[in-house]
Design a protein around this ligand. Structure first.
Ligand code: FAD
Length: 280
């Protein structure tokens, strides 16, 4: 099923997982999947390594297991920055051979000193794939992409993604819903009409948050700073408070204009379980 069709009937709750690093144990992947599947998400997306040495076929294979063994709609991420046309054709064939109909088409992060290949932007990838048997999604950035000089540049390029065939958008994580609402208003005014689902990542620890802020420039509201300070030496309470914050954030987003919520599970089913229990 196309993810764009899911948005026609409801505000989907979806999960993101990543392929395990190192040697792949399908048994442990299935162990992660069993509790996630019990939560009946509307779809699960599987990330993809942007580096040249990553096991890119894992994304398609794991997405295939999610769809074909667990009966949950799946989406394979596909990055293009270190790739070429031949490799993208192979990747797309592999995704389709695993029965997957949804691709989150991404550029990927540019590695320091990296030389851009045949694809410079996600929209180039979308135009290249251009396949009626696939539903393409794209990434968007409520607080602007880290490389953007001016917020309006992002807006123009986001419109370009819609023109290039994106049928839905998934946001980068953010912690302040007001920023998302302002972003949504702006993109709707700019003629971007496709559904936007909101990526939410619970805070689980100080080092995770520092890494995220460095990578994507998300701003921290005072409530998160207070949580980080209060539970500095109490990791379990910090994790609990982080999950509670994420659950309240999603509840508010779904009430106020987000087209769906996409939970970055970090392959920890208990996180998604706690959030969904709260939302019930
Ligand atoms: P683009 O859309 O190409 O945008 C990148 C920058 O270029 C932006 O500043 C944009 O404004 C600008 N730009 C876009 N189009 C043009 C144009 N035509 N001309 C000039 N400038 C342009 N990374 C992974 O490696 N693997 C993953 O699985 C993965 N999953 C992700 C999932 C989500 C929901 C999100 C939000 C991000 C994910 N990322 C992943 C990270 C992503 O690859 C990075 O954020 C990357 O830096 C940008 O990817 P993009 O597809 O948005 O690129």
């Amino acid at each position: 099923m196309f993810i764009s069709d899911i948005f026609k009937n409801k505000k989907p709750i979806s999960f993101e997982i990543f392929p395990p690093k190192g040697e792949l144990s399908l048994e442990s992947f299935r162990e992660t999947m069993i509790p996630l599947a019990k939560l009946s998400p509307d779809y699960i997306s599987v990330t993809c390594s942007a580096g040249g040495t990553g096991h890119r076929d894992r994304t398609a294979m794991l997405a295939g297991i999610i769809k074909n063994e667990f009966g949950i709609e799946a989406c394979a991420h596909l990055t293009c920055i270190n790739s070429d046309e031949k490799r993208i054709i192979e990747d797309v064939e592999c995704i389709k051979a695993n029965g997957i109909e949804n691709i989150l088409a991404l550029r990927g992060d540019i590695s320091p000193g990296g030389v851009p290949g045949e694809f410079r932007h996600a929209s180039d990838l979308m135009k290249f794939i251009d396949d009626d048997e696939l539903c393409l999604g794209g990434a968007c950035y409520p607080e602007g992409h880290v490389e953007s000089q001016k917020p309006d540049d992002d807006l123009i390029h986001l419109y370009g993604k819609q023109q290039a065939g994106a049928k839905f958008l998934v946001t980068q994580l953010f912690f302040e819903n007001e920023r998302f609402y302002r972003f949504l208003e702006k993109i709707r005014k700019a003629g971007i009409t496709i559904p936007v689902t909101t990526g939410v990542m619970p805070i689980l620890g100080k080092s995770q948050i520092s890494r995220m802020i460095f990578m994507c420039g998300a701003s921290l509201p005072s409530e998160i700073i207070r949580i980080l300070n209060r539970y500095e030496n109490d990791p379990d309470s910090l994790c609990k408070a982080g999950i509670d914050y994420a659950a309240r954030q999603i509840e508010d987003l779904l009430k106020n204009g987000a087209d769906g919520a996409h939970i970055y599970t970090m392959n920890r089913p208990e996180i998604a379980t706690s959030i969904l229990e709260y939302l019930k």
